[in-house]
Design a binder for this molecule. Structure first.
Ligand code: GLU
Length: 548
């Protein structure tokens, strides 16, 4: 029975890598009939944002990764916010100080930097020199009066420390090559290392699953556990996921894509762009020409202003791009892990049922966005009509789509006509014409040239004819529309596209929409005829031949 924990530092949105860790925490706990704990590691006061913990929890819940113990649900080791557990940490800090396993020190950041530089000049790793005698209580008082920083360091043992990792096997570290860890900071908060070790013990954590980047922290954690008389949990450090560009999946990727797009676009109103992002023009200029990076909401808002898509990194980005949580869960479960089954499209329950901790991979995994898209398509197909409708409505709300106000019956028809769509965003884009006023339809000029104006306005002539045929239909439904369009194509000895594309362009402004028969049926006769007339009027003078 495994008790696992996901322990995010709430600095922003839940990152895709964090979601993967949380998912494996859940899988491991559920498969073994154990418990999954959520703990918020908010001891770094300079990096915490007040709303971030809630955001992380919302993102986890959206993914369907529900914790058994933690904030909002409670549990035996409450509270689950580390910032509310300072008394607990202080007790253990005192224990280490009293037993001579930890000591106070007073260096300033500048002094430490100096020491680091000296070590670097000698091409050595910086190891903090432990004093022969430790400062006593009156030294601490004196240091405080002098306004010096007061921190507590833990005496790292000299011996070899072996991390017995489920994924990586035995990894050995020399204690003598690791600096005495700071365990209590000048602001009175414990460091991540210390709070993490204390809480893993007090929360009964048996298995620590986390990213490979934490492997180097583990020997320090094991040494602390020994010094405090705690148990050492089982460790599994999961391999890294790299983006298609080769680097780590980071929010910098999004900023980089945005920066390139800004640099390439001409005649951009920079003042307007900056104000869309809620930053000033100097900040925008520093972003474009230097290393400065605006925060996530600013980057997102500027991308929206430019109508551009950025590579998704955080869970909300995927939500806003129209991915289903089921698809994301399936996809991240196969990053650095191979499920012992002969199919790839798996539900959360199947992932739990088949979970096998010997199936983790040591090598980095590639975040293959094409594969994610195809998973999304498969999971859209797997949902019942009602489930899909409810997911779709959530999506429409979050992207502020005009379709969000539509009634369920129409949205259900849209979804039915969207079979094979890869994302919810694709469905929304292809059906926007249904929720757009006639005079707000934007025509794609390339499509207009090709489909309407080419060949002396063949498409426009076709539209004029189509209008009459549509009017003459005794009943309007997708079947009668299909018969009429096919009949007309046959009569004129042309492919269906020559008849259907002008019609599509007239109602949507582009040649990409839902299937045409259903599209006309959903839009209705009146609106279709109105749009045909508007289109003819708008483009008739662009060709020589006269169109009535
Ligand atoms: N708070 C740490 C992080 O967000 C947790 C690391 C761990 O799982 O121990 O990276």
């Amino acid at each position: 029975m495994a008790v696992t924990r996901f322990a995010p530092s709430p600095t922003g949105y839940l990152h895709i890598g964090g979601a993967r860790t949380a998912l494996f925490d859940l899988l491991w706990a559920k498969k073994t009939g154990g418990k999954f704990v959520l703990r918020i590691e908010d001891t770094d006061q300079s990096r915490n944002s007040p709303t971030a913990a809630k955001q992380v929890m919302d993102d986890l819940k959206w993914l369907g990764i529900q914790w058994d113990q933690g904030p909002q649900v409670g549990g035996p080791a409450e509270p689950y916010f580390q910032s509310q557990r300072l008394d607990i940490y202080n007790k253990y800090i005192k224990q280490l100080l009293d037993s001579g396993k930890a000591y106070y020190c007073f260096e300033s950041a500048d002094e430490l930097e100096q020491m680091r530089k000296q070590a670097a000049a000698k091409k050595q790793n910086f190891i903090y020199q432990r004093p022969k005698t430790f400062p006593n209580a009156s030294d601490v008082e004196k240091a405080k009066v002098q306004g010096r920083d007061v921190v507590v360091r833990f005496c790292m043992p000299e011996e070899e420390i072996v991390v017995d990792d489920v994924i990586r096997g035995q990894v050995k570290f020399k204690g003598s090559e690791i600096s005495d860890l700071i365990i209590l900071k000048n602001d009175g908060f414990p460091t991540y290392h210390f709070a993490c070790v204390v809480d893993d013990e007090l929360m009964g954590i048996t298995h620590v699953i986390r990213g490979q980047e934490h492997l180097m922290n583990t020997p320090g954690h094991i040494a602390l556990q020994k010094a405090l008389g705690f148990k050492t949990p089982v460790y599994a450090h999961m391999s890294l996921t790299v983006s298609e560009g080769g680097g780590k999946m980071s929010k910098r990727d999004r900023a980089k894509v945005l920066k390139e797009a800004i640099k390439k676009s001409q005649g951009l109103d920079m003042e307007a762009l900056a104000s869309a992002g809620g930053i000033n023009i100097t900040e925008l200029e520093e972003f474009i020409s230097g290393d400065a990076m605006p925060d996530t909401p600013a980057v997102d808002a500027m991308a929206e202003y430019l109508h551009m898509d950025l590579p998704e990194i955080n869970i909300v980005d995927f939500f806003k791009s129209g991915y289903l949580p089921q698809a994301l869960v399936n996809f991240i479960a196969l990053l650095g892990y191979s499920a012992p089954v002969d199919k790839e499209v798996l539900t959360l329950q199947e992932l739990i049922d088949t979970f096998d901790s010997s199936r983790f991979n040591k090598t980095n995994s590639l975040f293959d966005r094409k594969k994610l898209l195809s998973f999304n398509m498969e999971h859209i197909k797997l949902l019942s009509a009602d489930e899909l409708l409810s997911r779709y409505k959530d999506f429409l709300k979050v992207v502020n789509s005009p379709a969000a106000k539509a009634d369920d019956a129409l949205l259900k028809r849209v979804l039915k006509a969207s079979e094979g769509a890869r994302t919810l965003a694709e469905i929304d884009h292809k059906s926007r014409f249904l929720f757009t006023e006639d005079d707000k339809i934007e025509y794609n000029q390339k499509d207009v040239d090709k489909v309407l104006l080419n060949n002396n306005g063949q498409g426009l002539t076709m539209l004029a004819e189509l209008k009459e045929h549509l009017r003459n239909l005794p009943t309007l439904n997708d079947k009668t529309i299909e018969d009429m369009l096919r009949g007309l194509a046959e009569q004129k000895q042309v492919g269906l596209g020559k008849v259907a594309q002008p019609l599509r362009l007239a109602i949507c402004g582009t040649t990409i929409s839902l299937p045409i028969f259903e599209s006309i049926d959903m839009l209705g006769l009146e609106a279709t005829v109105r749009r045909i007339e508007r289109t003819i009027k708008k483009f008739a003078d662009k060709i020589v031949k006269e169109i009535k």
